[in-house]
Ligand binder design. Structure first.
Ligand code: DP6
Length: 349
């Protein structure tokens, strides 16, 4: 017999960034972070997990290609979920798996991203969140989303925020064992339905410095990171939560842009400095800043992760269509502008 579960998890975009760990193996951050989860049909991972007595070892395929499960992060997630497995009964198939059987049974995992992995948008966030969620369903784990988020966190920090839709906060926690470092939902996906997210794919090249090693170097060398974690982010997250609750776009945009800029300033303050944005990213920032200043109120917020691609959050559909017109005029997708394509909801240009 074989028993299968399929789940789908969207990626999330941080508006208050996570950058720096206080514990590398448990993945415990130096500050709280806040993100918005994309709609499930855009930029998401679909994972099927299967269990069968005929499986001789745990195996995983990513986009159809087998990958190694030997990494510590995969093993942590698998171990934590297995430890919480409970009895499973499928009367239709006549299958009964007891809590103890799960220790001996092996799983096969197949995961697909609905966006090209090479587009520089591949994110471990959706991947690990989906892996943990689907395994938890298969093994009938009773823990709630927040407790599962603490397991997904051990796969990749940002993954813990993809267990919820809408606006999500990853509380850094205080405990040494990480039990209180988990995600909570601030507002659900219906709360601020007007916002539209456009992603400008500036470069499809793989980033030179991974988030994991980049943040390690920042923790070791950047004084600005210490200041940011202790003085800036605690106050900023309070203001961001207020802006989200009140759907105050001006405040939301101001905080989002400032936080992205400070994260990249920390990267520059790292020794040796890390450059994630390129000239096109900088030109997009100038373009948005200029436009926002020419209007009565800001129309668009920008934020950049560990790469040059711009995530642009428009206040409503009208602002989004004006933004797209401007982007296509100033940054048509071609070699001269260094622009690859735009991802707007489910439409790629
Ligand atoms: C810039 O979650 O990819 O996107 O925990 O080492 O796997 P690891 O790092 P990761 O870092 C994400 C960094 C970021 C900001 C964010 O998503 O908050």
């Amino acid at each position: 017999w074989i028993l299968m579960v399929t789940a789908q998890t969207p990626t999330n975009i941080a508006v208050i960034k996570y950058w720096g760990k206080r514990d590398e193996s448990l993945i415990l951050p130096v500050n709280d972070s806040i993100s918005v989860t994309l709609d499930p049909e855009h930029l998401c991972t679909t994972t099927t997990v299967a269990v069968s007595p005929s499986f001789e070892q745990d195996r995983m395929w990513l986009n159809g290609k087998e990958i190694s499960l030997s990494g510590g992060r995969f093993q942590s997630c698998l171990r934590e979920i297995r430890a919480r497995a409970t009895d499973v009964e499928n009367k239709e198939k006549g299958i009964k798996i007891s809590k103890k059987d799960w220790e001996k049974l092996h799983v096969h995992i197949s995961s697909f991203n609905n966006f090209p992995t090479a587009a520089g948008l591949a994110s471990s966030a959706a991947g690990f969140a989906c892996l943990v969620f689907s395994l938890a369903k298969l093994m009938n784990v009773k823990e709630d989303h927040s407790q599962l988020s603490a397991i997904a966190r051990q796969g990749s920090g940002s993954a813990c925020r993809s267990l919820y839709g809408g606006f999500v906060k990853w509380i850094m926690g205080k405990e040494e064992n990480g039990s209180d470092s988990l995600a909570v939902q601030l507002a659900d996906e219906k709360h601020w339905g007007e916002l539209v997210i456009i992603i400008a794919v500036v470069s499809s090249r793989q980033k030179e410095t991974s988030s994991t090693s980049g943040m390690r170097e920042s923790v070791e060398t950047s004084l600005l990171l210490q200041h940011r974690a202790k003085e800036v982010v605690p106050k900023r997250t309070v203001k961001m939560e207020e802006a989200i609750q009140n759907r105050d776009f001006a405040s939301f945009a101001g905080l989002t842009c400032a936080d992205s800029n400070q994260f990249h300033a920390v990267c520059l303050d790292t020794c040796p400095p890390i450059f994630y944005m390129n000239d096109t990213s900088h030109r997009i920032i100038s373009c948005v800043e200029k436009w926002n200043r020419s209007e009565e109120a800001p129309q668009v917020a920008y934020t950049f992760d560990a790469g040059p691609n711009a995530v642009l959050i428009a206040r409503n559909r009208k602002a989004a269509s004006l933004l797209l017109q401007r982007l296509l005029y100033y940054f048509p997708p071609n070699a001269d502008t260094d622009m690859n394509s735009y991802v707007l909801g489910d439409k790629s240009i």
